[in-house]
Design a binder for this molecule. Structure first.
Ligand SMILES: [Zn+2]
Length: 65
């Protein structure tokens, strides 16, 4: 008999794989960044800190937990 495994440990600080809307560069950003994260290629803003979770300005491709 299988018990349900509890894996929820407040997924509060994930890394996100995002795709720059301008140049399609893919890069990893921290979900709770404290500074503006810019694209490594074109310097488009990808994420802006809000005090909590960052405001993601790019397309999120994947959440890396
Ligand atoms: Zn870019």
């Amino acid at each position: 008999m299988m018990a349900r495994i509890k894996v929820i440990t407040k997924p509060e600080s994930n890394f996100l794989k995002v795709k720059c809307s301008k140049c399609s560069n893919e890069q990893i950003v921290f979900e709770r960044c404290s500074t503006i994260v810019r694209c490594n290629v074109c310097e488009e803003v990808l994420a802006e800190p809000t005090g909590g979770k960052a405001s993601i300005k790019a397309e999120v491709l994947q959440v890396l937990t």
